[in-house]
Write a protein that binds this ligand. Structure first.
Ligand SMILES: [Ca+2]
Length: 320
């Protein structure tokens, strides 16, 4: 029997590649794609998701979700992904429209029909927080929840303290991380350095010479420039596809451990910071007074290291 996936996304160019990986993976059925405001305004994200599904020759339904964070003003990331989120490639409008059901309702319905499904989140966690708020039992019906987000014990990519998806809607992230969902956290730093698609890797993808291979590189043209400016890395950084690789093949995550994670919401300096109790000091009696509030929250599985070869091979397999 196929594994069942639900993908929540703020579809820009790296989300698009992650969608291709899931839609092209044998043995995986993507039940639905819910879109949330994030890197892109909601309508643009929906358009990008529909176009990507179409390019894969798939007919997976796409749902509109929340058009803004729970409490904050929306902040998008055209500077990183291009005005359209897809490298300004002027892709045509998708032929199919989004479904009329709201994303939160659709996700809850799918979780009732397919308990044990794998939830993969590639954007801010607004839709998921809303779904948990409406039906807390969702948590028990999700088998795995792979979250692209956060910056465990390292710098962020949108502020020194935080990664974009968590920073964008920290109140939603706080709800989701405190909900008991079986979270596997794939931080943004895992897609840097050797995990970047280097010029050699890009040439290899181009060499596959398929529609999807060229699409994966073309739509990330703007990212390649922005990535160099931000981190100095030459190549394409693909956070969402690395998270999707972990979702598709857990063996891609070669170093993981479970810890309490708290999301900072109190001030702008640390907004969206993922505070990870890496040394598990929250359980120490000496810290009881300080940590009592957090020691009752469920732990998350943090991914610390990826099998780079395996992640890239999964990508090549999807695009070939
Ligand atoms: Ca994303």
């Amino acid at each position: 029997m196929n594994r069942t996936f639900w993908i929540d996304t703020d579809t820009a160019s790296d989300d698009a590649v992650a969608l291709v990986m899931a839609l092209r993976c044998r043995g995986v059925s993507v039940l639905g794609i819910s879109v949330v405001s994030g890197n892109m305004p909601l309508e643009q994200g929906v358009r990008n998701a529909l176009y990507t599904v179409e390019l894969c020759g798939a007919e997976v339904p796409v749902y509109l979700g929340e058009d803004r964070p729970l409490q904050r003003m929306p902040v998008h990331a055209q500077w990183f992904h291009g005005e359209d989120g897809m490298g300004n490639q002027n892709y045509p409008a998708p032929k199919r429209a989004a479904e009329s059901t709201h994303a939160v309702d659709a996700l809850l319905d799918a979780s009732r029909k397919y308990p044990g499904l794998t939830l993969v989140t590639l954007g801010p966690l607004t839709n998921i927080a809303k779904a948990i708020g409406r039906d807390p039992a969702l948590v028990d019906r999700v088998g795995r929840c792979v979250v692209m987000g956060g910056n465990p014990c390292c710098e962020g990519n949108v502020t020194p303290g935080a990664e974009y998806n968590i920073w964008c809607d920290p109140e939603a992230a706080k709800i989701v991380f405190g909900s008991g969902l079986k979270i596997e956290m794939v931080g943004w730093q895992l897609s840097t350095g050797a995990a970047n698609l280097s010029e050699k890797d890009i040439a290899r993808v181009r060499g596959l010479d398929t529609l999807l291979a060229h699409f994966a590189i073309d739509c990330n043209a703007h990212v390649m420039v922005a990535n160099k400016t931000q981190t100095g890395d030459v190549g394409i950084s693909l956070p969402d596809p690395t998270a999707m690789a972990v979702a598709l093949d857990p063996a891609v995550a070669i170093k993981t451990s479970e810890h309490l994670v708290q999301i900072a919401c109190a001030d702008e300096l640390t907004r969206g910071m993922t505070v990870v109790d890496r040394l598990n000091v929250a359980d120490d009696d000496r810290n009881a007074d300080t940590w009592r509030a957090v020691s009752s929250t469920p732990p998350c599985r943090i991914v610390w290291e990826l099998d780079i070869q395996k992640w890239k091979q999964l990508l090549y397999d999807a695009l070939g």
